[in-house]
Ligand binder design. Structure first.
Ligand code: ZN
Length: 293
């Protein structure tokens, strides 16, 4: 009797799980997770490749993450640097994995590097992180306009791979687009008294698309991914003073040593704001609020 019940239980578990077989997806960075979940809801599983606290420019997947890829159906790429080295290996590991570029259709802007130095840099122990002069800005997800494109790419893929649930995906997708529109108008409202071309200072220039969309200018403190040398720091302090910069944004993935020096010198605030925050909506709204103050 006991065994019979056990068998029944196993059968029912198998039966239900086959009815609600989810689409296993992998995304590169944390902010993509909410976007995929907003569209996929209960129909998808989302695992994130670049674990929190790590840089998507230089990430090295863990062995366990490589194993998890075997169960994945779709890999939602977004164009961050570690993908250049790893997407091929992911494909080799799982031949049936569909790799989708969710940044497809986004017009990439140039990476802002304000201060250039040709000489050697000392390494200050933070993650090595070069953006060469020619490179395009990979931080596409920091703009509401771009998030719409990313959402569309994800939606198109989900309805094609799981067409029997396309109505659910479509309903969710429409809700998400409404949400993005609403966040966009909230940000415009928050920034309505902030003059066009206002400058904000950041350690790592991850907010270029946000700046581009809302008519702002970001000034980077880092030089080619590294802390600026003292002479450049002096120049930055001068610039921050002239531009009446009111806050400097840093992110937990990078050192904020030089940002603190500038902030102390000018008596302004250092604000932590990570482009890798899981909630793109509150993150962009909070950034707009901090800039408008
Ligand atoms: Zn970055």
């Amino acid at each position: 009797m006991k065994n019979f019940r056990k068998v029944l239980l196993i059968i029912s578990v198998l039966f239900t799980s086959s009815l609600v077989a989810k689409v296993n997806t992998v995304v590169s960075i944390v902010p993509q997770k909410l976007i995929v979940e907003s569209i996929g809801g209960e129909l998808v599983n989302v695992s994130v490749m670049v674990l929190p606290g790590n840089s998507p420019h230089s990430y090295e997947p863990k062995a366990s993450q490589m194993k998890d890829l075997n169960d994945a159906k779709i890999y939602f790429a977004i164009g961050v640097e570690f993908e250049n080295a790893w997407l091929k290996r992911f494909q080799n590991q799982n031949k049936s994995l569909k790799i989708v570029d969710t940044a497809k259709g986004i017009e990439k802007i140039s990476m802002v590097e304000h201060h250039h130095e040709e000489d050697e840099h000392e390494d200050h122990g933070h993650q090595h992180h070069d953006h060469d002069d020619e490179s395009k800005d990979p931080h596409v997800w920091t703009s509401t306009q771009n998030i719409k494109v990313i959402a569309k790419n994800i939606y198109n893929e989900l309805i094609s791979i799981d067409s029997q649930n396309s109505e659910t995906y479509e309903a969710n997708y429409k809700l998400l687009i409404n949400k993005i529109d609403s966040v966009q108008s909230q940000i415009k409202e928050i920034l309505k008294d902030t003059p066009k071309d206002s400058k904000f200072m950041v350690f790592h220039p991850a907010w270029g698309y946000f700046a581009h969309e809302y008519g702002l200018i970001q000034i980077a403190v880092e030089v080619e991914g590294k802390e600026p040398k003292p002479a450049v720091l002096v120049e930055l302090i001068k610039e921050a003073r002239e531009e009446n910069i009111k806050a400097i944004f840093t992110q937990p993935e990078f050192s904020d040593k030089s940002a603190k020096v500038i902030a102390d010198e000018l008596g302004i605030k250092v604000i932590k704001a990570s482009p890798l925050n899981p909630n793109w909506d509150e993150n962009l709204i909070n950034l707009a609020k901090a800039i408008s103050n």
